[in-house]
Design a protein around this ligand. Structure first.
Ligand SMILES: *Cc1c(COP(=O)(O)O)cnc(C)c1O
Length: 382
C-alpha cells in the first residue's frame, strides 16, 4: 500500500460495531461488564484503552511501519513516557540542539530521578561512540533538528545503538511518517509531537510513540497506563481526521518551501539559508538517502534583530507565532522566542544568530507566499 492510500486505509478507523465509516468519538471513561471481568471488546477503563484512541494508535503504528502505537496528551508526555524506560543512574546521549522542552524535562525533572544526559553533536556520527559509558542506555536523536535543520544519520545511529545495547529513539516530528520512517533503518522507537504536522490544523496538542519491539511495547503500555498521560477520545478523533490529509498537506508544504528557498537564496538581504534540501547543507546526502521529502521548517539569517523584526512586521501571510506544522504559515525569531532562555553566548556557539528567522511554511498559494516574503525583505533596503 502506498503512503497516500495508507493515510486513509491504515489502522482500523472504521467502526467494527456500527459500520460507521469515520472513527466514532467514544466519549466514555468506563465500560459495562456482562459478568465480573467479562469485557465485551476488551475495554475496561479509558486510561487503559479507549476505542477512539486505539484507532489512532493502530493508524500511527501502520504509518511508521511499526507494530505498536501509543497516544499521549502532548509530545512532552510522549517523550517523558519514553524517558521512563530508563532507571535511576542510567545515562542517555541526545543531540545538543534538541527541542527545548525535551532539554528542560531532562535537566530540570528527570535529573531529579537520577537520569543523566549528555547533549552532543550527533551530526558527526563517528564521534558519538566516545561519549558512551557503561551506564549509557539510550541514544535519542532529532533529525532534522530545530532551528538549523541539522541532519543526523539514522542508520548509523541505529547501528551504534545496537552495538552498545542502547534503546534508540528518533523524534520524527519535523519529517512526519509521510517523509521519513526511522524504524525501517533499525531504530527502536519513533515519536512525534502530533501537535505539529500530524494534527496539522493548530487545534490539538498530542504526542505519539511507535515501536516494533514487543518487549518495549509492553513496557511502554505499562508506563502509559501507570502514569496516565493519555490522549482523550475527542483529540484522538481530531488526529485521525487530520492525518487523512497529511500527504496532500506535506506535498503542498514542500512545494511552497522549495520555492521560498529559491527566492531566499537569491535575495541580497539574506546571509544564509538553512534547509536539508540545499546541496551544500551539512549531511544533505544523508538526508536525501533516509527520507522521501522535505520539512516545511526553514531558517534564514538577515543582518540583525532589527532587520528580523522588520521582515516580520512587513509580512502579511506569515503569522507571528511559535509552533509549526500547520496549514497556516508561521514566522518567528528563535533568539527572542523559542530559544530566548538560552544565554546569548551559548546560542551563538550553537549557530543561532540574533538575525535568524524561522519559518513554518503552510499550504497557502505558492506565489502568494514567495511574493509576500520577498516584498518584506525588499523593505530592508530602505
Ligand atoms: C513541539 C515539539 C515537541 C513537544 O511537543 P508538544 O506537543 O508541544 O508537547 C517535541 N519535539 C519537537 C521536535 C517539537 O517540535
Amino acid at each position: 500500500m502506498n503512503k497516500k492510500t495508507q493515510l486513509i486505509h491504515g489502522g482500523q478507523t472504521t467502526d467494527a460495531y456500527t459500520g460507521a465509516v469515520t472513527t466514532p468519538i467514544y466519549q466514555t471513561s468506563t465500560y459495562m461488564q456482562d459478568e465480573i471481568g467479562e469485557l465485551r471488546q476488551g475495554y475496561e477503563y479509558s486510561r487503559t484503552a479507549n476505542p477512539t484512541r486505539s484507532a489512532l494508535e493502530g493508524l500511527i503504528a501502520d504509518l511508521e511501519q511499526g507494530s505498536y502505537g501509543f497516544a499521549f496528551g502532548s509530545g512532552m508526555a510522549a517523550i517523558s513516557a519514553v524517558m521512563m524506560l530508563l532507571d535511576k543512574d542510567d545515562h542517555l546521549l541526545i543531540n545538543s540542539d534538541v527541542y527545548g522542552g525535551t532539554y528542560r524535562a531532562l535537566t530540570k525533572v528527570f535529573t531529579r530521578f537520577g537520569i543523566k544526559a549528555d547533549f552532543i553533536d550527533t551530526t558527526n556520527i563517528d564521534a558519538i561512540e566516545q561519549y558512551i559509558k557503561p551506564e549509557t542506555k539510550m541514544l535519542f536523536i532529532e533529525t532534522p533538528s530545530n532551528p538549523l535543520l541539522r541532519v543526523t544519520d539514522i542508520k548509523r545511529a541505529s547501528e551504534i545503538a545496537q552495538k552498545h545495547n542502547l534503546i534508540s529513539v528518533v523524534d520524527n516530528t519535523f519529517m512526519t511518517p509521510y517523509f521519513q520512517n526511522p524504524l525501517t533503518f533499525g531504530m527502536d522507537i519513533v515519536l512525534h509531537s502530533a501537535t505539529k504536522y500530524l494534527g496539522g490544523h493548530s487545534d490539538v496538542v498530542s504526542g505519539l510513540v511507535v515501536t516494533s519491539d514487543a518487549n518495549l511495547a509492553e513496557r511502554l503500555g505499562f508506563i502509559q497506563n501507570s502514569t496516565g498521560g493519555v490522549l482523550g477520545p475527542q483529540d484522538s478523533y481530531l488526529l485521525v481526521r487530520g492525518i487523512k490529509t497529511l500527504g496532500l498537506r506535506m506535498e503542498q508544504i514542500q512545494r511552497n518551501t522549495l520555492a521560498i528557498i529559491e527566492m531566499l537564496q537569491q535575495h541580497k538581504a539574506v546571509k544564509q539559508v538553512f534547509h536539508p534540501s540545499i546541496v551544500d547543507h551539512l549531511n544533505h546526502d544523508i538526508h536525501e538517502a533516509q527520507s522521501d521529502g522535505h520539512t516545511g521548517v526553514v531558517a534564514f539569517e538577515v543582518a540583525d534583530i532589527a532587520h528580523a523584526k522588520k521582515v516580520i512586521s512587513k509580512s502579511q501571510y506569515f503569522t507571528l507565532a511559535e509552533s509549526l506544522g500547520a496549514v497556516e504559515s508561521l514566522i518567528s525569531v528563535p533568539a527572542l522566542m523559542t530559544h530566548a532562555s538560552i544565554p546569548k553566548d551559548v546560542r551563538e556557539k550553537e549557530g543561532i544568530a540574533d538575525g535568524l528567522i524561522r519559518l513554518s511554511v503552510g499550504i497557502e498559494d505558492t506565489q502568494d507566499l514567495v511574493e509576500d516574503l520577498e516584498q518584506s525583505l525588499n523593505a530592508l533596503d530602505n
